[in-house]
Design a protein around this ligand. Sequence first.
Ligand code: PRX
Length: 644
Amino acid sequence: MLINPKPVTVEGSYVKDYEKLYKDSIENPEAFWGNIAKELFWFKPWDKVLDWKYPYARWFTGGQTNIVYNALDRWLKTDVSEKTALIWVSQDGTDKKFTYKELNEEVSRFANGLKSLGVKKGDKVTIYLPRIPEQFIAMLGCLKIGAVHSVVYSGFSADALKNRIDDAQAKVVVCSNAYPYGKKTIESFKNVKEALKDNKTVKNVIVVKRIEGATIPVLNDLGGAQRSEHAHGVKNTVSSDQSLQSYLWWHELVSKQDTICLTEIMEATDTAFILYTSGTTGKPKGIIHAHAGYMVGIYTTLKWVFDIKPDDIFWSTADAGWITGHSYILYSPLINGVTTFVYEGTPDYPDIEIWWKLIEKYKVTKFYTAPTAIRALMKFGEEAVKKHDLSSLKILGSVGEPINPEAWLWYYKNVGREQIPIMDTWWQTETGMFMITPVPSVGLKPGSAFKPFFGIDADVVDDKGNKVPINTQGYLIIKKPWPAMFLDVYNNPARYKETYFEKIPNVYFAGDSAKIDEDGYYWITGRNDDVIKVSGHRLGSAELESAFVSNPKVAEAAVIGKPHEVKGESIKAFIILKVGIQPSDELKAELVQTVRKSIGPIATPDEIDFVEKLPKTRSGKIMRRVLKAQELGQPVGDVSTLED
Ligand code: PRX
C-alpha cells in the first residue's frame, strides 16, 4: 500500500524531490551540513566541518557557538522575541505562556542563580523534574552558562536517580517537592533525599514548589528549604541529617537574580548534556552530546521532516527525561523559532479526549507521539477523536518503537482525517536526531520509516557487514558520521567502542534489526540486543535482572521482552529462588516492588515465573534468546553452546 501526500502538503514542503536531494547530500555530506550550519549563529566559524577519526567524529571543529544562543538570544532583536516560545498546560487545564523574551528572562535568572551557587562551565547538574516549565528553564539555564545537564526522567526511582547522580558526579540537583500525576501525588522530593544519602558531590538542591501548602508530608522533610526562608535561600547547610547539601527553593533563588545573563561561548565540540540510557549491561550509559553538531542536526531534521513554518505550534507528547524531549520538545523548536506545546498530564487524564481537546483549543499544527499511545487510545474507539475539530493539524509523527500498520492507519484516518502524512521517525538517544524518516512530500507505506534522512548513509547487513538481500532481516548500520552523533559514553570509552563500533568494523551498529524492501523502504523490526522497549521506554534485560537479584530471596534472574498489544513489549522474568525460599503469589508481588524500587514504575514486570534452571552457555551466560523463542513458541535456533 502506498499513500501519496495531498498536493497542499507537497506545495508546503521544503523538500520536493527526496531522491535527488538525497543523492546530492550523500555525495558530499560535509558540504551539505556545512551549508545548513551557516543558517545558525556562530561566535566563530568552524575550520573544518567534520574531523572523523574512527570511531570518533567531531563536527564543526574550531567553531564556537552555544545551543542557547541559537534557541533564545538570536531571536531577541527580531519579531520572534514577542512570539510565544512555550505554551504549558497544567493537569488542571490552566495554562502558562512564555514569549521568547520572557523565556530568556526566566532562563537568565535561573542561570544567574546557578552561578551564584558557584556552578561553572563543565559542571554537571542533574535535573529531576516533572513536565513543568522549570524543567525546560533549568535545561536552557545550564547550557547558557556552559554547565552540563543530565536530565533524569521523573518516573525513575530513588535508586535509579542515585546511580545517575553518582555517575555524572553532579554538583547540583534540581527537583520538585512533589507533583500531580493523574489523581495521585508523587512525592518526588523523598526520592531525592534518599538518592543523596552518602552523596559527596552534590552541594546544592534546588526545589521547585509544584504543589503548594505544607500539608504534603514531604514538605515537612524539607528541613533545609524551610530554614532557607530565614537564610535568604542560599548556602544553608542541613546538618540535622548529616547530609552535605544545601536545599533551597527555586522561587527564592531566582527572585533575587538579574534577567540578563551572558550566554557562554562554547567550543563546537564542548559537551552540552549527558543523557543516561539503557543498554546491554546492568548499568545505564551516559550518552554525551556536543553543542554544535547536535544543534545543526536537530535544527535541520525537525525543519524538513515536519516542514516547520513560523506559525507552527509543535506538540511532542514525550517528556524531557528522554532524548525526544531534549531534541524535539525543547531545543529544535526554539532553534527554529516556533512555539512548542507541552501538556503536563498523561493521555488519559482527566479523560481520554484530553489530547484532542488540546489540539482543538490551542490549534496545534504538528503533532508527534508514540505508537503505544496511539494503540492505547485506539481501544477507546473513534468517537472520542472524531468529535473534535483537528483541522489545524498539518503533519503527524511517530517515534519510539515500530508502529504496526493497524495503528498507523488508525492514526492516519482518525487523527489525520486521511489528509495529512505521518512521519515515522527512527532514531535513538545516541543519534540525537531523526535518522530514518520520511519527509512530507514522499509516498508512505504504513509501518515503514521510509528511507535515510539527507546525509545519512544507512544500510542493513549480516554479521560480517555484507548487505543482505531485499526483504531480508539484518542489522541496521550507519556507515558515516552524522552531526548529532554522540561524542562518547561518559566515563566509559571502552563501552562506546565495543557496543557501537566493534560488532561490525568501520560502521555504527544501531542495535536494531531491519529490512529494506524492493523500493528501498526501511522496515524496522525491533532491537537485536536485549534492550526492551516498554511503551517506548528503553530498558535493559541486564538492568532488570540486577534489580531482581537485589532481592535477597532471589538467586538468579533472566528477563525477556514479550510482544504486547498496547505497550509494544512487556517484561517477563524467570526467577530462580535461593534454597529454602518457597514460590508464592506474595513473593511475586514483593518482586514487583523490588523492581519498581530499583528502577521505577515504568519497569513493572507483567509476568514472573519461578523456575529451577535457566538456559546458559558453558561460560555461564544466560541465553535469553532461547527463553524468548520458547516463550513465543518459535524455533530455538542454534543451541550448540547451550550447557544443558
Ligand atoms: O529500537 C529503536 C526504537 O527506539 C530505540 C531507541 O530508543 P531511545 O534511545 O530511547 O530513543 C527513543 C526516541 C528516539 C531504537 O533503537 N525506535 C525509535 N524510533 C523508532 C524505533 N523503532 C521503530 N521505529 C521507530 N520510528
